[in-house]
Design a protein around this ligand. Structure first.
Ligand SMILES: *Cc1c(COP(=O)(O)O)cnc(C)c1O
Length: 497
């Protein structure tokens, strides 16, 4: 809205051309190129126009802004020409924070990405035969080792973690796929894995799913929508809170192609509930010769009960239990790069692989490099090489000790720093009701609200992302790398002067 006063201010605004004739601005072209400087000048002028419109600038403030025009253009240029995607310090205590990029990769994965990216590789080349090969082989061989019963047993013992085997799975061990028969392929993410598997196995036919499992995962992944896109017809059975195996059985017709189980991930249904067990579903699937697929989502390769996380199903549980096809993410509990993994009997996997959609959803060499390095850490039982597993296994005392050291080093006159008990969470939809006890830094500052304080932390370099709870800012160092502690100290010392 233009008032008489603002029209006056608008008249004082120079044109882009005028700005380009300011000597200090013209000189910027040598460094940034003429076109970039013109763009920068446009942005700065547009911002001033915006500020005038919203009444933020009076005549004096505009005068001042115009004297600093060259500086503003240069700042804009620097911002526009620097990376928008940049590292942040995750002090939220949410280990698999989807907004913050989920799982950070380990050193070996980074190194393997680097060498694979900077060079040619045998991505699809069989060195022994001198002929075309398949990109899947690089990770399939490792999944094969990790997803066989025996390997998993020895795999985890040494690490103080138990293999992913629940009592339920143990009962039906004989129903499982023979280890030599297990194959795995990778696609862009788990959403793609579900889409591809459904399209391959059930296009034009019906898929039976419990009403209690028609979930939506963040970022608009909804089972009914994915089902529709895959060409399969959703056949809902049971009720939100109770679904029995007989409900599945009664829904089976000659059009049924698949039984689907979906891990609820980010929520739980409690109270008067009933869910068909895996054993019941496997038995039904075998009896009626219909494949059973499970969308696990988080995809744990290790049993998390040893760190106090209950009820998070592992990939092994399902395969051992007799589920034919399992889909899961690479960057959730597995701790690797973004990917969607489909493991199951080799005949099913071969069919899925030959679907032309696979070509559209496949992953590139850098993802294979990161996956291979992450899986090798599992094979070597070097779980500490996987950052997210390392973070999960930190005790409350270990996190608390670091928090105390940081607190002692913060020299903030107005900042009040306390150490408090708190809870870290896995995130990524895994074990929604499980928490890991932690100790966090609780910050308050006179004259600053918790939200303002959190905003200042986001504005530091690198940005620090914190949690705001009960009027305090909480920093949980569980998800902060120890080598970042110094940056946290520096930021806390700087932000309140
Ligand atoms: C997270 C999740 C997905 C989506 O996985 P992305 O790798 O993010 O695509 C699908 N299903 C379940 C059950 C999940 O937990």
């Amino acid at each position: 809205m233009k008032t008489a006063a603002s029209s006056e201010l608008f008249r004082k605004l120079p044109s882009v051309d005028d700005v380009m004739h300011v000597r200090a601005v013209a000189e910027l072209a040598a460094n940034y190129g003429h076109d970039s400087v013109v763009d920068g000048a446009r942005v700065v002028l547009a911002r001033l126009r915006q500020e005038i419109t919203s009444g933020l600038l009076d005549s004096d403030a505009l005068e001042l802004a115009l004297t600093g025009l060259a500086g503003a253009v240069e700042k804009q240029l620097r911002q526009a020409l620097s990376y928008s995607l940049r590292p942040v310090i995750n002090a939220t205590g949410v280990i698999l924070h989807t907004n913050l990029g989920r799982a950070p990769l380990g050193e070996a994965a980074i190194e393997h990405i680097r060498e694979t990216a900077a060079s040619y590789s045998n991505l699809e080349f069989d060195l022994a035969a001198g002929a075309r090969g398949k990109r899947d082989v690089h990770v399939d061989r490792l999944f094969r080792r990790l997803l066989t019963n025996d390997a998993a047993g020895t795999l985890i013992e040494g690490a103080g973690l138990r293999p992913g085997g629940t009592a339920e799975a143990a009962v039906s061990t004989r129903a499982g796929i023979a280890p030599s028969e297990i194959a795995t392929i990778a696609v862009n993410n788990n959403a793609a894995a579900v889409l591809l598997a459904l399209n391959t196995l059930a296009d034009g036919g019906e898929v039976i799913v419990s009403r209690g499992e028609l979930v939506e995962i963040g970022g608009s992944f909804r089972i009914p929508d994915v089902m529709a896109k895959s060409g399969a017809i959703l056949r809902e059975v049971g009720t939100t809170n109770r679904t029995r195996v007989s409900d599945y059985e009664q829904a089976i017709t000659e059009r049924t192609r698949l039984l689907l189980r979906v891990h609820r991930s980010n929520f739980e249904i409690t109270g008067f509930t009933e869910q068909a067990s895996m054993v019941e579903l496997v038995t039904l699937a075998r009896k009626r010769s219909i494949p059973l697929m499970e969308d696990l989502g988080s995809g744990a390769l290790l049993d998390l009960r040893s760190i106090g996380i209950e009820g998070e199903p592992g990939v092994l549980d399902s395969l051992r239990g007799g589920v034919d096809i399992v889909t899961y993410s690479g960057d959730k509990l597995l701790g690797g790069p973004q990917a969607g993994l489909i493991s199951g009997g080799s005949e099913f996997i071969a069919r899925i692989r030959s679907n032309s959609l696979f070509r559209a959803l496949r992953v590139d060499k850098l993802i294979y490099a990161a996956l291979e390095a992450t899986l090798l850490a599992y094979v070597r039982r070097d779980h500490d090489a996987i950052p997210t597993l390392r973070m999960m296994r930190l005790t409350k005392e270990e996190v608390g000790e670091r928090a105390a050291k940081v607190a002692a080093r913060v020299d903030g006159s107005k900042l009040k720093v306390e150490i408090v008990d708190g809870e870290s969470i896995l995130g990524g939809g895994a074990a929604p009701s499980s928490v890991l006890p932690t100790r966090a830094l609780a910050l308050t500052c006179e004259g600053l609200s918790a939200d303002e304080l959190a905003a200042r932390l986001r504005g530091s370099e690198p940005p620090i992302i914190a949690r705001v709870e009960e009027g305090r800012v909480l920093l949980d160092l569980r998800t902060v790398f120890p080598e970042q502690d110094a940056a946290v100290v520096a930021a806390l010392t700087r932000i309140v002067v």
